[in-house]
Design a protein around this ligand. Structure first.
Ligand code: M6R
Length: 648
């Protein structure tokens, strides 16, 4: 949810020569002398603002920064409700001093409305301490009462301010910010990443994480903290993943990790495998448009390296014993939102190829319904961010019940893969727009690979059948590009429908999750009531929604595909048309059966039925984006949403 950035240093490379170097993951106690050699500059503020710009997709209810430098009496802070641009305006009118360390925050509101007062950072200890936070502190009520009884006064309605006051109290007792942060973390229940700076430690940023993300960026003469690597990837690709329940202390020349009991701990180093340009708009009007155009690559890259020279599928990263995978008698996909619709597509493919029953469960429902899970169950957790709290909790619950968990995740260094038995990374690159597009295609692609791998392992299909399907899958990247190239017709249709207030979506078989995803895209981007239905369900109720001129998207399966599927959907189109609907049809090139009954047809290349979702969803993505744009809405940052949902 919220985006968090921390920075210390001045960017001067010589600063690293004296220490173990910011580029080292070595654990080193911060030296007392570190503060003495600190040079103030504008870089700390510049770095946190740049980080916030890249993390703003995580929340945009408010933004704020806090800075410290040698000799400063107080933390210097600024914060503003609304998007980052409001904070930038505030800073241009009321500049902050040069500094040696800084923290920055972009908020998705939980406790307390999106006001200036509730914006982070929150100050304490006579304004010498500043704290920012991502997550929810569940025991904040009782802590607030306790602190108030001891004389603390509060200036906001947030749970974060309680953490700030508690940290101030622990700091007064311990005299050391790292020890105080560990002591504070031990007192908190819920989920949190906390970052703090104190005027007493002008070159230091301290962070703690429990069930919320935090990664370290390792620079030269400078170090970074961020909710994800986007915060610092323009400066360094060297990063360190932190474990659960750890406190990290960064200075310009050191990174120190301890657990919540103060015992030395270690982070895990990795190199970010995409560059900052991948997280830029690259000449497109929006990240969403750029990410739609990235989709051919997302599909192709997710398939790269998955076969050996003989064409057999190899999943080196799937560290689950083959005998365990052969014994699996049920698969449960857990995911949320778009990722769950990818899971629905996976169900059709895996059941067909492997003859294993597959259930798809919204992750937040799974955990609370006492699911039947055992050692023969394979749970597949799908998540772009790898941080979705609902999905993470489902993963933990499944493992507690003895199931093996495979994570299908896009973000390196995230929590869900670390807590799973195995991971199958999608290679969509960074997805910045809140509405998921390329991650969806990459998730479906990875699910196909997993399904084919299981079919190969369990002998459900002959090797040549698997190789043929894999070849068809490889060809999908080219076909996705063709659909994107045909996008202008979709855009024009969307522009002509900017006044629509209700749009329905129908599909059968794998077209059903595509219909639901099309509806979700339209809801979240254009704020239009949109519903996706299984076409066969129409006559059981939803057909009552149809009146004169009602736009209804229909995903038509391949006429060359499964028995009767195509003709049933063509009949459904006729049924709605007879009741005045305006059918907007997605159909395969050359499908003459649909022509007489469609108001508009969005053609997609021929593809095997099970693979068609990779193509059919693309016009729906383009439609939602173009319609929202025609309404003057921000397609990258729709209202009330955040990219990564790290609260339950
Ligand atoms: O990061 P995840 O894939 O776990 O996120 C899951 C959903 O929150 C996400 O797909 C959401 O539905 C998107 N905004 C849809 O566009």
């Amino acid at each position: 949810m919220c985006g968090i950035v921390g920075y210390t240093g001045s960017g001067s490379r010589s600063a690293s020569a004296s220490g173990s170097g910011g580029g080292s993951a070595a654990v080193r106690e911060a030296q007392d002398g570190d503060a003495a050699g600190l040079a103030v500059s504008t870089r700390p503020l510049e770095m946190v603002l740049e980080g916030l710009k890249r993390l703003e997709y995580r929340g945009y209810d408010s933004a704020g920064v806090a800075l410290v430098g040698p000799g400063s009496e107080h933390v210097a802070a600024a914060k503003k409700a609304g998007k980052l641009v409001n904070l930038q305006t505030e800073l241009s009118e009321h500049p902050l001093p040069e500094a040696t360390a800084a923290v920055g925050h972009t908020r998705w509101a939980t406790h307390g409305g999106p006001t200036d007062g509730n914006a982070h950072p929150h100050l304490a200890d006579d304004d010498r301490l500043a704290v920012i936070h991502n997550g929810i502190i569940e025991n904040f009520g009782e802590l607030r009462q306790l602190l108030a009884a001891e004389g603390a006064t509060f200036r906001s309605e947030t749970d974060t301010e309680v953490a700030a006051q508690l940290l101030a109290r622990e700091y007064r007792a311990a005299g050391d910010l790292t020890a105080a942060m560990a002591a504070t973390a031990r007192r908190l229940r819920g989920t949190f990443t906390l970052l703090a700076v104190h005027a007493d430690a002008p070159g230091t940023v301290v962070g703690a994480r429990h069930d919320s993300p935090l990664v370290v960026g390792l620079g030269e003469g400078e170090n970074f903290l961020g909710s994800d690597v986007a915060a610092f990837v323009a400066q360094t690709k060297e990063a360190m993943e932190l474990g659960q329940d750890q406190v990290v202390t960064i200075t310009p020349t050191s990174v120190t990790v301890v657990d919540f009991d103060g015992r030395p701990a270690e982070g895990k180093r990795f190199t970010v495998d995409w560059d900052a340009a991948a997280a830029e708009k690259g000449g497109f009007d929006s990240f969403m448009d750029k990410e739609i155009h990235d989709q051919p690559h997302a599909v192709a890259d997710t398939l790269l390296g998955r076969t050996d020279s003989s064409g057999r599928i190899v999943l080196d990263d799937l560290r689950i014993d083959e005998s365990v995978l052969r014994a699996v008698d049920k698969i449960i996909v857990v995911a949320c939102g778009t990722a769950a619709y990818a899971g629905h597509v996976a169900k059709y493919a895996i059941e067909h190829w492997c003859r294993i029953p597959v259930e798809v469960e919204l992750a937040h429902e799974f955990r609370y319904r006492d699911p039947i899970v055992d050692a023969q169950t394979l749970v597949v957790a799908i998540s772009q961010s790898g941080e979705t709290m609902d999905t993470l909790m489902a993963v933990r619950h499944a493992r507690e019940q003895g199931a093996k968990v495979v994570a299908v995740v896009n973000t390196n260094g995230s929590t869900i893969p670390r807590e799973s038995d195995a991971v199958l990374y999608t290679h969509a690159g960074p997805e910045i727009a809140v509405a998921s597009t390329k991650a969806f295609l990459a998730q479906i692609t990875a699910a196909y690979v997993l399904g084919l791998y299981l079919a190969q392992l369990r002998g459900n299909k002959f090797p040549d059948e698997i190789a043929a399907t894999f070849d068809e899958l490889r060809d999908m990247s080219r076909k996705v590009r063709t659909v994107i190239e045909r996008g202008e017709y979709v855009r024009a249709t969307a522009r002509s429908m900017a006044g629509a207030d209700k749009v329905l979506f129908l599909g059968r078989h794998v077209g059903y999750p595509v219909a639901m995803e099309g509806a979700l895209k339209l809801k979240e981007l254009a704020y239009i009531h949109a519903e996706g239905f299984a076409a066969g369900e129409l006559k059981h109720g939803p057909i009552a929604l149809i009146d004169e001129g009602q736009p209804v998207f229909v995903v038509v399966p391949s006429p060359h595909g499964r028995d009767q599927l195509h003709s049933k959907v063509v009949s459904n189109i006729q049924e709605i048309r007879a009741r005045g609907a305006r059918p907007l049809v997605i159909a395969e090139d050359g499908d003459d059966d649909v022509r007489p009954f469609a108001d508009e047809i969005f053609w997609i290349p021929k593809a095997p039925t099970l693979l068609q979702p990779l193509l059919a969803v693309v016009p729906l993505q383009i439609f939602a984006m173009a319609l929202a744009t025609a309404k003057g809405l921000d397609v990258d940052q729709p209202r009330n949403l955040a990219k990564s949902v790290t609260v339950e």
